[in-house]
Design a protein around this ligand. Structure first.
Ligand code: ADE
Ligand code: ZN
Length: 349
């Protein structure tokens, strides 16, 4: 018996629409099956007996409870081929969801701590992304600093990565800030972001996922970010919402992540539609899809359903993804033309 609920016409239209994904941690795309395969290949011992036992542990109460398992999962990544296999598995899912452009985060400190050089991670990821490019998925790569570690550690990581920013300048185009938000405000990373800015890199930071609006102000004013990752708590500060709307600094929102990490107890309470109504450039993304129960299309389906989004609202969100992406003006125009051709040809509502 087929128990799948039929999707609405709008969901069907979204499913096949060309989309950008601007907030995806590549280590968060490691499915349990691949974690176990890589663990066996590399002789890494996991704290879970089986794939089912690992999946059963995916019951998170907050960001930290997730991060503990996420870092344990990433411990199976040792060789360049592991990074290739992980990235290629994401590429397959992204292509299936009609993602045509992805801006992908990776966490080098998670790997250098285990003796894996940044160059090994980047080489494997790059090889997969170059293969993806030939299949219609363009992409950029963003190096994220772990905010629970010191700024000195971030500065040393940045120094070690400097040759890679030159070698992979077509792909590795920015830096970000992720991991445990509470107690680690953006101000802690002002110097390393200033160095990245001086090098001409794009800047993003997680802020206002669990942390207060003041963290979003710090990301904007001290780090001078081009985009804010999550930013869903901005709604608590009307002046901040107006500023985000006026400046068009986009938020990379991840609805299923927010639900799984208990930022909202129900998707109907999600602030994405309020932010959209106030003119904020919100986008929809998957964050850590292997852990949160859905890749980008599932995030759209759940959000459309919970917030009763209209055809025009969904178009705006998808379009925001292209407007906020770090591509050239010509590339952006081509991506938007692809979207428009699909959207206006497909039946509405
Ligand atoms: N690293 C991976 N996923 C993250 C998230 N949702 N917030 C902060 N750091 C992360
Ligand atoms: Zn994230």
């Amino acid at each position: 018996m087929n128990t799948t609920t039929p999707r609405s016409a709008l969901a069907e239209k979204v499913a096949r629409a060309p989309k950008a994904e601007l907030h995806i941690h590549i280590e968060g795309s490691l499915e349990p099956e691949l974690i176990f395969r890589l663990a066996e290949r590399n002789g890494v011992r996991l704290a879970y007996e089986s794939i089912d036992a690992l999946r059963a542990a995916y019951a998170f109460t907050d960001l930290q409870s997730f991060l503990d398992i996420y870092y344990a999962g990433a411990s199976v990544l040792l060789e360049e081929q592991d990074f290739y296999d992980m990235t290629m598995a994401y590429v397959e899912r992204a292509l299936a969801d009609h993602v045509v452009h992805a801006e992908i985060f990776f966490d080098p400190q998670t790997h250098t701590e285990r003796g894996v050089p940044i160059a090994t991670a980047v080489a494997g990821i790059e090889r997969a992304l170059a293969d993806a490019e030939r299949r219609g998925l363009s992409s950029k790569l963003i190096l994220c600093f772990l905010r629970h570690l010191s700024e000195d550690d971030a500065l040393a990581t940045f120094d070690a990565a400097l040759p890679l920013f030159d070698q992979y300048s077509h792909r590795l185009i920015g830096v970000g800030l992720d991991s445990s938000e509470h107690g680690h405000p953006p101000s802690k990373f002002e110097r390393v972001f200033a160095q990245a800015r001086a090098k001409g890199l794009k800047l993003v930071a997680h802020a206002g996922e669990e942390g207060p609006p003041s963290y979003i102000y710090e990301a904007l004013d001290l780090l001078k970010v081009d985009r804010v990752d999550h930013g869903v708590r901005s709604i608590e500060d009307p002046a901040l919402v107006t500023r985000l709307a006026d400046t068009r600094v986009a938020l990379t929102v991840c609805p299923l992540s927010n639900l799984k990490l208990c930022v909202f107890d129900d998707l109907t309470k999600h602030t994405l539609k309020d932010l959209l109504d106030h003119g904020v450039a919100v986008t929809v993304n998957s964050d850590d899809p292997a852990y949160f129960g859905g890749y980008v299309n599932e995030n759209y389906f759940a959000t459309i359903d919970a917030l009763k989004l209209t055809d025009a609202e969904v178009y705006t969100i998808i379009r925001n993804g292209f407007d906020a992406s770090f591509v050239t003006p010509d590339e952006r125009a081509a991506l938007i033309a692809q979207l428009d051709a699909h959207w206006h040809a497909a039946p509405a509502r």
